[in-house]
Design a binder for this molecule. Structure first.
Ligand SMILES: [Ca+2]
Ligand SMILES: [Ca+2]
Ligand SMILES: [Ca+2]
Ligand SMILES: [Ca+2]
Length: 248
């Protein structure tokens, strides 16, 4: 397992890692609220694999390019409010992304490295011709909201901890302040690369990134945020999973 500061170990349920103010949570119980897993990109290749979500007709990397690979509006990325538990800072708004990996069994196969994670903001839903670190070719917004490798080359050790639909192996909480909320930045592209580290190669089924709400239901976002605020402040000393109770 990783031992250097630039290597984050999320292979055990309940693990917490940080990249600046972003929080990474490992484990099967991070979706105790809604149970929703609305996939926006699926990636599958043996060994090293990479990909991003788009509505483009062309297939650039290892995306499955099914109906589960599509554009994502920033407005459809849920906001959760930190409550001081699970590595969060009380009162800070985070954008929540979830990852379900599917790896083969055995002593080594369940492990997978997340080597690159970049979240870009663009003006269009159907971009292609992407280069990691520089964005999409042509004249586009190319706003980089988050980069796992900013400042130093990091990687995250993950394990197929959760099985079955609707469960996540990793939850990523990016401070909402990292994002720009305007028309030129309204589409979110999540690019990830897996399997580079020795002993952490990709195998088994596809990896998928998602959000915990249905796309297009704009009214739901506000309802969830209000409910979450009430939950955090209304139940001090109550249940231990306030952060994930939205949607009840
Ligand atoms: Ca899994
Ligand atoms: Ca593996
Ligand atoms: Ca890296
Ligand atoms: Ca896999």
């Amino acid at each position: 397992m990783p031992t250097n500061p630039n290597e984050i170990d999320l292979t055990k349920a309940g693990s917490i890692g940080f990249v600046d103010d972003a929080v990474f949570l490992g484990g099967a119980n991070t979706l105790s609220g809604t149970g929703l897993f609305n996939t926006f990109v699926q990636i599958q290749h043996t060994g090293i694999e990479q990909g991003y979500n788009t509505d483009a007709a062309t297939h650039q990397f290892d995306e499955k390019y099914s109906q589960f690979d599509h554009s994502l509006l920033l407005a459809n990325v849920p906001i959760v409010i930190g409550d001081g538990s699970n590595g969060t800072v009380e009162g800070v708004a985070y954008r929540q992304f979830i990852l379900d990996i599917n790896e083969a069994g055995g002593a080594i196969n369940p492990f997978l490295s997340l080597d690159k994670l970049q979240i870009w903001q663009e003006e269009s839903r159907s971009l292609s011709n992407f280069t990691a670190g520089s964005g999409f070719a042509g004249t586009h917004t190319n706003g980089l909201a988050f980069d796992l490798d900013a400042g130093i080359d990091r990687w995250i050790a993950v394990k197929d901890l959760a099985s079955g639909s609707g469960r996540s192996d990793v939850q990523v909480l990016i401070p909402d302040s990292y994002f720009i909320n305007d028309a030129a930045h309204r589409y979110v592209y999540l690019y990830s690369q897996f399997g580079v580290q020795s002993g952490f190669a990709a195998d088994g089924g596809f990896e998928e990134w998602g959000v915990t709400k249905a796309s297009g239901a704009l009214g739901t976002t506000a309802a969830l945020a209000v409910h979450k605020t009430a939950s955090v402040h209304g139940e001090p000393g109550g249940r231990g999973h306030h952060l994930f109770d939205q949607g009840r």
